[in-house]
Design a binder for this molecule. Structure first.
Ligand code: ADP
Length: 537
C-alpha cells in the first residue's frame, strides 16, 4: 500500500505547487468568509435587538394615565419594523396588542433585557407612572386635569413656591398640596419639577408637575416580540452566497495556482530540457544557456556548466592518459618483438646476439620504469601512498642527494651547492629524495659535457626555497607550461633514447603538492633552466 507521501512523491513539482497554493487559498477564503459571516451575523443580531428595544421604549412614551384612566395614545405602534408590541397590566393581564400569528409566549414579565424564547426575541419593560402633571384652578382649587406618566430622569424645581400667582387666591403651595393629596403622595416622597401659573379661559391656572419616589400607582408592562428567523434568514442568504462563492474561489485559486506554478517552473523546465539535450548529444563541451532567468537558476546553470567542464576535462585527461600509456608501451614492445624475431633467425652470430639482448634489456627496463612510475601515481591518486611527515633538516637531505647524483654522473658536469643553515621542516624523506633526485637528474640529462648544475636551498622568512638550475638546452616558452603534464616531452625521440618517460616532472609536482608547496620553472632556450620549489614553513 502506498502512503500519502509516497503518492505525492510521484507527482510533479508543478502539480504539488498548484495543489498547495489551491489548498492554502481555499483555507484563507473559507477562514475569511467565516470571519465575515460571523461578524455580519453578530452585527445583524445586535442591530435587530437594538431595534426591538428602541421600538418598546418609543411605545412607552405613548402610554399615560389621565385622570386615573390608562390612556394608550393613537401613536402607539402595535407592529413596527417586525416588532410586535403588547401591553400588560401589573398582574400580567393583556391589555392591548397581539403576539405574532400562531404564537403565544407564556413567559413571566421581567425586566431582564432581551430573552430568547423559541424562535423569538422578547423584551419586557415596566412603566411605573411616576411623573404627575396637574392643572388646578387658581381661584377655586378645582383639579382641571391630572396625568400620570413614566419617566427616566427629571430636573427638580428650584423656584419659590410661596409666591401667589397673578389674580390667584390660592398660593402655589396650596395648589401643590391639592395635587399631592389627590395623588396620594406626600411632600417627602416627591420632588417638585414644574410650578407655574398662567391664564386659561379667563381664569388663573396652576400647572404643577412632580416626580414620585414611591412605586407607581398603576404599573404597566410593555412587551416587544420579534422573530429571530428574520436574522436567520440573513444568515441563510450568506450561506447561500458562500455555497456559490466557495467553489468559484476554489476554481479561480486552481487556475491562478496553475499559472503561478507554470511560471515558476518555466526556468526549471528549460533547464531540464537543455540538460537532456546535452545528455543525449553526449557532448560535454556544450554549455547550458537558458537566457535571462532567476538568479538562483542562473547560479545553478553556472554550477552545472562548471561541473560539466570539469567532467569533460577529467574524461579528456583519462582518454589522453590511456592513449599515452598505450603509445609509450607500444614502442618498446615493438622493439623487443622485432629484436626477438631477428634473434630467432638463422644467421645470428654471438656479437649480434649480445647486442640484441642488450637492446631487449634496455627496452624492458624502460617499460618497467614506466610501469613502476604509473603504479606510484596510482597509489598516490588512490590515497594509498600518504606522506609520513618527520621533522628533519632539508638542507642535509639536499646535500646528500646532490653528492650521490654527482658521484653517479657520467658526464663532465660541475656541481655547485649553496645550502642555508636551519632549514628544518616536516617532510617525507623518501618522497623528498625522489623529488630532488628527479630535478637534478633532469638538469644532468638535458645538458652536455662541460655544463653546470647548481643546487641552492634558501631559508626565507615564511618559506624554504629549493632551486635546481643548469646551463643546458633550456625549454622554449611554448613548452614551459606543458612539461608538468604526464608523458609530455619536448623532444620525444631524443628523450626516448635517453630512457626518459615524461613522468618525472608530473611526479615532482604531485610530491610538492603533497607537502603543501608549489613548483614552477623558468628557462631560456639554449641558456639553461631553473626549477623552483617553495615550501611554506
Ligand atoms: P623525462 O622523463 O622526459 O625527463 P620529465 O617529466 O622529467 O620527463 O620532463 C618532461 C620534459 O621536460 C622532458 O622531456 C624535457 O624535454 C623537459 N625538461 C625537464 N627538465 C628539463 C631541464 N632541466 N632542461 C631542459 N628540459 C627539461
Amino acid at each position: 500500500m502506498c502512503s500519502r507521501s509516497d503518492k505525492m512523491k510521484g507527482k510533479s513539482l508543478r502539480f504539488r505547487i498548484n495543489l498547495w497554493y489551491t489548498v492554502l487559498m481555499c483555507f484563507v477564503c473559507v477562514a475569511l468568509l467565516g470571519c465575515v459571516v460571523a461578524a455580519a451575523r453578530t452585527a445583524e443580531k445586535s442591530l435587530a435587538q437594538q431595534n426591538l428595544i428602541r421600538s418598546v421604549e418609543r411605545n412607552i412614551d405613548e402610554i399615560e394615565v389621565e385622570n386615573g384612566i390608562l390612556d394608550i395614545e393613537s401613536d402607539f405602534a402595535y407592529l413596527n419594523d417586525d416588532v410586535h408590541a403588547l401591553v400588560f397590566s401589573k398582574d400580567g393581564r393583556l391589555l392591548g396588542g397581539e403576539y405574532p400569528e400562531g404564537v403565544e409566549i407564556n413567559l413571566p414579565l421581567e425586566s431582564e433585557g432581551i430573552r430568547m424564547v423559541g424562535n423569538y426575541y422578547v423584551y419586557d419593560s415596566l412603566i411605573n407612572f411616576s411623573k404627575f402633571e396637574y392643572k388646578i384652578n387658581g381661584i377655586t382649587g378645582e383639579i382641571i386635569s391630572s396625568e400620570c406618566d413614566g419617566i427616566d430622569s427629571y430636573t427638580p424645581f428650584e423656584g419659590d413656591i410661596n409666591t401667589v400667582g397673578e389674580d390667584c387666591i390660592l398660593s402655589y403651595r396650596e395648589a401643590y398640596e391639592i395635587a399631592l393629596k389627590h395623588s396620594d403622595r406626600t411632600k417627602k416622597n416627591t420632588d417638585l419639577m414644574v410650578a407655574r401659573s398662567y391664564e386659561y379661559n379667563d381664569e388663573p391656572l396652576y400647572e404643577i408637575e412632580f416626580f414620585s419616589k414611591k412605586p407607581g400607582y398603576s404599573d404597566i408592562w410593555v412587551r416587544g416580540v420579534m422573530s429571530a428567523k428574520e436574522v436567520d434568514s440573513i444568515w441563510g442568504t450568506i450561506v447561500a452566497i458562500a455555497t456559490v462563492l466557495v467553489p468559484l474561489v476554489v476554481l479561480i485559486a486552481c487556475f491562478v495556482g496553475s499559472m503561478i506554478a507554470k511560471k515558476a517552473m518555466l526556468p526549471i523546465e528549460r533547464l531540464s530540457s537543455a540538460v537532456s539535450e546535452i545528455q543525449s548529444g553526449e557532448d560535454l563541451t556544450k554549455q547550458l544557456d537558458i537566457g535571462d532567468s532567476d538568479p538562483m537558476i542562473k547560479s545553478l546553470t553556472g554550477n552545472f556548466n562548471k561541473m560539466n567542464e570539469r567532467l569533460h576535462r577529467s574524461f579528456e585527461a583519462e582518454r589522453q592518459f590511456t592513449s599515452d600509456v598505450s603509445h609509450e608501451l607500444r614502442t618498446p614492445t615493438s622493439v623487443i618483438l622485432a629484436e626477438c624475431e631477428y634473434q630467432l633467425g638463422d644467421d645470428v652470430d654471438k656479437d649480434e646476439m649480445r647486442e640484441g639482448f642488450e637492446t631487449i634489456s634496455k627496452q624492458a627496463s624502460s617499460m618497467k620504469q614506466i610501469i613502476l612510475q604509473l603504479l606510484y601515481f596510482a597509489r598516490i591518486d588512490r590515497g594509498n601512498e600518504k606522506p609520513t611527515f618527520e621533522k628533519d633538516d632539508l638542507g642535509e637531505l639536499v646535500k646528500a642527494v646532490t653528492g650521490d647524483m654527482q658521484s653517479a654522473c657520467k658526464k663532465d658536469i660541475e656541481f655547485i651547492t649553496d645550502i642555508d643553515k636551519n632549514t628544518e621542516m616536516n617532510f617525507d624523506i623518501s618522497m623528498m629524495t625522489r623529488l630532488v633526485t628527479n630535478l637534478i637528474s633532469n638538469a644532468v640529462t638535458y645538458q652536455n659535457d662541460g655544463g653546470q648544475v647548481k643546487v641552492t636551498l634558501k631559508n626565507k622568512k615564511d618559506s624554504i626555497l629549493l632551486t635546481v638550475s643548469d646551463k643546458g638546452f633550456g625549454i622554449s616558452e611554448e613548452h614551459i607550461d606543458k612539461i608538468w603534464g604526464r608523458f609530455y616531452r619536448v623532444d620525444k625521440a631524443r628523450s626516448r633514447e635517453d630512457g626518459c618517460s615524461g613522468l618525472g616532472l608530473p611526479m615532482v609536482k604531485q610530491l610538492v603538492e603533497l607537502h603543501g608547496g608549489k613548483v614552477w620553472a623558468e628557462s631560456e632556450l639554449g641558456k639553461g633552466s631553473t626549477f623552483f620549489v617553495e615550501f611554506r614553513k
